[in-house]
Design a protein around this ligand. Sequence first.
Ligand SMILES: Nc1ncnc2c1ncn2[C@@H]1O[C@H](COP(=O)(O)OP(=O)(O)O)[C@@H](O)[C@H]1O
Ligand SMILES: [Mg+2]
Length: 265
Amino acid sequence: MTDSSTPQGSPSSQPGPSGTLAAEGVTRHFAGVKALSDVHLEVPAGRITGLIGPNGAGKSTLVNILSGYDRPDEGRVLLGGVDRTRERSYRRTRRGVARTFQHGHIFKEQTILENVQLGALGVGRSSRAARREAIEILDRFDLLEHAGESAAHLPHGVERRLGVARALATRPTHLLLDEPAAGLNDGEMELFKSAIRSVVDDLDVGVLLIDHNMRLIFGACDHIHVLAAGANVVDGPPETVRADPRLAESYLGSMAATIAGGDDA
Ligand SMILES: Nc1ncnc2c1ncn2[C@@H]1O[C@H](COP(=O)(O)OP(=O)(O)O)[C@@H](O)[C@H]1O
Ligand SMILES: [Mg+2]
């Protein structure tokens, strides 16, 4: 296998190339539900790629597939041009693909520092290196002052940033964030946005950002994909997507379906 483009050296010695993480023609059905149909998406290094769409559009399913927690029925996942579709999540993490979960996954019995350290230990860092990196990351997310506190009863804004900090401790080339900013207030949102931007700019990480907050998405992303009912609707730079009538239509379509079907949101 050759890696034609030589990506900038990542700070760690990740096996395999970085570059772009891509879904290519990905289809995933669950017992009659077409969660994804022939979906394409690219997450290039050093960029923030937004993924938006109504509830049930298939966003989390796509993150599961990109991160190796699920497999597509058809299509491929490529990392740096190499097919990794069938590789398990822990191996993909070691290759540089990290993610957060929509709900929690914080170790409540540990301190904030220990939570982030565990991320680094999980990809084989020595305990001293893990501690050093954890402190560096907590600083970036304005969490250093909370380092020694228990993670049991964290304010919401702190918990959300901790989730991202922990994923970052694996030194990813690609970071997949599934609604990381849900429930943040305006001030916390700004802190969050600048922390993500610094990660992308300083560490050349490729971020996939899913969120329902359009101010965050259109303010933070370099490129945005709209997904509805498991299919690509439109993608492009923020100004292009904002002006595209298909953006509003995709949300209206889902509202119409919700009203007709009496479905939950
Ligand atoms: N494990 C699963 N089993 C059955 N259906 C699922 C499963 N995961 C997701 N789905 C269905 O796939 C569709 C897409 O879900 P999801 O990816 O969670 O959407 P989003 O994250 O955009 O809200 C929904 O209809 C959901 O009910
Ligand atoms: Mg989701």
